[in-house]
Design a protein. Structure first.
Lengths: 102, 169, 503
């Protein structure tokens, strides 16, 4: 019934993963960086679910639950850190975080 | 051209476009809106993969919980100034672009070179229901589930530590 | 029903061996609750955590010598993981004791209960990581470890460099864990299982595509390399190590790194290696892909970059950060070999590295308590102002360089022996040259302490020492450093008995 090849889904997931990575690396705004991280994790979820569906195996879907839980925890901590930094410095731009020199 | 392929193409383009929108718009709030569209597109894609339970969770967890948090923080910080330039190519960034390009090439090669395991396109609708997933999650992976509890507990403690104004006795 | 029943039986059979982890979880929760209930006593969480971890140590000693798969293959208990668990426990307890006398942490009447309870949480993550043999548990335990580390790195958030360090850490950390989990999805797609041992079986059966397995392995290597702070995944290390509270810096440089190595060695040994262990070509499950070369390149890059960049550092914390990168490079040399001898030398090295590195950071912390700075230029004349601490620091620096008669020498000696044993002469030569380079920057600290004249301004000229309790800990560490340089056979025997992994 569903005759879309698995490769299409994996290709889509790879493209989304690359977009997410680019967002993390290129953007300076820390909040957008965290949203890009969510895109990366979602592309992972897409890959897991398509593998699970085409292999007919549940453990891939189970992994997705854990990735979701971790994504929620990670964004909570990340946003809390952004908040702490903003209180101190009134900026959330990764570049302007420069007391620590390279 | 069947209906599944059309649905896949439409949703895929929507997902890619909203992902690009997330990383390319100037103001975080536009990014957040774009990301919500992205989550809905992915959720629909999960439906085409016969995984209704995960599709529902996707909306609940990502669009419901995480995005509310993100939007809340954006509103709380109330940033008026926009970034000067959205995407700037610098020496530091060129390293990142190379890295992303490597990923992309790797993944494309992976798809081209490789038929994977031939998918057994059986109907898996009964496999990915809440009932069957739950019975796996609470038998085989029960301990992993409990570990997630500890993970969330330490995340809560950590988030409170960082977000509190002052940590004073 | 019968299936559920069999899972239940499995669960009941396994839970006894899981007791150390359960004890840690109980400690974690009790520490949080008591800290909230007894607001008057500042350090109650610290005392509960230390007591709980000591009890955990006793429970853990019941697992010595046991080799068993638990919970349907989610985690295993084996001598290898038990060795690392003891290492984590001792490190955590030492760090907690050291933190009790850390001035910067207690400044501004800061509440410290969460600091100690989160250290317990990290310990739980590392315990799991040392015994994880399933992609789910590997991912979850790495995340428990990371999430708490992000917060602890920025715990003194009123200090700007700390919250900046925290932000850098969380962004780079989430990026690398995202890459790692994508690699895991590729492994899953190619082999249809999340169990590391079953993936190995699938690879050996020859019916799977090798390309996704190689790419997936490389992407997972990014996640592990980040934890080990191996070059080129090290760029977070100097900033985070400089910005974080110094106790957390030393914790990350020892325990978190050891956890990264523990899972790295187990994962690659279980996944990509042939089960036969005595063969020289044990790396070659996938015949046309040279994992060994990749790890060798990583090792050379890591120690060379770490040592050479350390030469230019003007901040002691940053210098020790680069030195810890270099030490990861030495340890990676033994991973290249991956024989039992090699893994024994890694375990041995980690014990000694823990003692000397914690010692060096601890003395730096005691200095910082008094002079309020980590800059190398403020160390001028400390040899005269605080001779005892300066001599202790010198002992640790000698050991970090790897000169006899200290523990560091023994550790390096065994690593080089393992490397030469398998004929990697070029690698050993590079390692020795790197050790020579490291002598220069360790000597720089020594020179500033003893050989440069004290500046004339009187306000910075007071003599000082440390309070008796912290000082005695530093003495113990220095004594252990020298003792293990002369008499180390118990540790060696223990390490030799610990290289058996559950398969």
């Amino acid at each position: 019934m569903n005759n879309i090849p698995l490769e299409y889904y994996i290709a889509l997931s790879g493209i989304l993963f690359t977009i997410g990575t680019l967002g993390v690396i290129l953007r300076r705004n820390a909040i957008i960086v965290f949203m890009s991280l969510e895109i990366m994790l979602n592309s992972v979820n897409l890959a897991f679910i398509s593998f699970a569906r085409y292999l007919g195996d549940t453990s891939g879907e189970i992994f997705v639950f854990f990735v979701m839980a971790v994504a929620a925890a990670e964004s909570a901590i990340g946003l809390a850190i952004i908040l702490a930094l903003f209180r101190k410095k009134q900026t959330i731009y990764v570049d302007e975080v420069n007391v620590l020199k390279h | 051209m069947n209906i599944h392929l059309i649905a896949f193409i439409v949703l895929g383009i929507l997902a890619i476009a909203s992902a690009i929108g997330t990383i390319a718009t100037k103001h975080p709030i536009y990014s957040a809106m774009s990301l919500i569209v992205h989550f809905f597109a992915l959720s629909a894609l999960y439906l085409t993969l016969q995984s209704p339970f995960v599709a529902v969770l996707q909306i609940l967890v990502y669009a419901g919980a995480i995005m509310v948090l993100v939007v809340f923080v954006i509103m709380l910080l109330n940033l008026n100034e926009d970034e000067k330039q959205t995407i700037r190519i610098q020496s530091r960034n060129s390293f990142g672009i190379v890295l992303a390009a490597i990923f992309f090439i790797m993944i494309v090669t992976f798809i081209m070179s490789n038929p994977l395991n031939q998918p057994n396109s059986t109907n898996v609708y009964n496999l990915f229901t809440a009932q069957s997933l739950g019975s796996v999650l609470f038998t085989k992976d029960l301990v992993a589930f409990e570990i997630v509890g500890i993970l969330l507990l330490s995340a809560i403690v950590g988030a409170i530590v960082m977000a509190k104004k002052k940590l004073i006795n | 029903m019968t299936i559920t029943q069999s899972y239940l039986n499995n669960l009941m059979a396994s839970v006894g061996y899981f007791a150390p982890e359960i004890a840690i979880v109980v400690t974690f929760i009790v520490a949080i609750l008591f800290d909230l209930m007894f607001k008057k006593s500042k350090n109650i969480a610290a005392y509960i955590s230390i007591i709980g971890l000591i009890i955990t140590g006793f429970i853990l000693s019941g697992n010595i010598g046991i080799s068993k798969s638990l919970f349907d293959g989610l985690i295993v208990v084996d001598p290898y993981s038990t060795f690392f668990k003891f290492l984590f426990l001792i490190t955590t307890i030492l760090i907690m004791v050291m933190s009790l006398s850390y001035k910067e942490l207690y400044d501004n009447n800061r509440k410290v209960g969460e600091y100690y309870s989160m250290l317990v949480g990290i310990t739980f993550g590392m315990f799991l990581l040392a015994s994880a043999v399933n992609l789910i548990t590997i991912y979850l335990s790495i995340e428990i470890l990371s999430l708490s580390s992000y917060v602890l790195a920025g715990y003194t958030k009123e200090i700007r460099r700390a919250s900046e360090a925290s932000l850098k850490y969380v962004i780079y950390g989430s990026l690398s864990s995202g890459i790692m989990v994508y690699g895991m999805s590729l492994l899953y797609g190619a082999t249809m299982t999340l169990d590391v041992a079953k993936i190995n079986v699938a690879i050996l059966s020859g019916h799977v595509e090798l390309f996704p397995i190689i790419i997936g392995g490389l992407m997972i290597l990014v996640g592990f390399g980040y934890k080990m702070s191996a070059v080129p995944f090290h760029y977070w290390t100097p900033d985070v190590y400089e910005g974080a509270p110094i106790t957390i810096t030393s914790y990350l440089s020892v325990a978190s790194k050891a956890a990264g190595f523990a899972v790295f060695i187990r994962f690659f040994k279980d996944l990509y290696l042939l089960p036969a262990t005595s063969d020289i070509n044990i790396w070659n499950t996938i015949s046309n892909f040279h994992w060994q070369t990749i790890v060798a390149v990583l090792s050379v890059l890591t120690m060379t970059v770490g040592n050479f960049v350390a030469l230019w550092q003007e901040n002691v914390k940053r210098l020790l950060a680069y030195s810890s990168i270099a030490h990861a490079g030495y340890i990676l040399m033994a991973v290249v070999v991956m024989t039992n001898v090699g893994i024994t030398s890694i375990l041995l090295y980690f014990v000694f590295y823990m003692i000397m590195n914690l010692g060096a950071f601890f003395v730096a912390q005691l200095f910082a308590n008094k002079i309020g700075s980590d800059d190398l230029k403020d160390y001028i004349g400390l040899g005269y102002r605080s001779p005892v601490l300066a001599v202790l620091m010198t002992v640790f620096l000698i050991s970090l360089t790897g000169l006899p008669p200290t523990a560091g020498f023994i550790g390096k000696f065994y690593i080089f022996t393992a490397v030469l044993d398998k004929g990697f002469v070029w690698l050993a030569v590079i390692g020795v040259l790197n050790s020579v380079v490291s002598l220069f920057y360790y000597a720089k600290i020594f020179r500033n302490m003893f050989l440069r004249s004290v500046a004339d301004d009187t306000k910075n000229n007071f003599k000082f020492s440390a309070p008796a309790f912290p000082l005695s800990i530093a003495y113990v560490l220095a004594f252990a450093t020298i003792l293990f340089g002369l008499y180390f056979s118990p540790i060696l025997n223990w390490a030799e008995n610990s290289v058996t992994m559950f398969k």
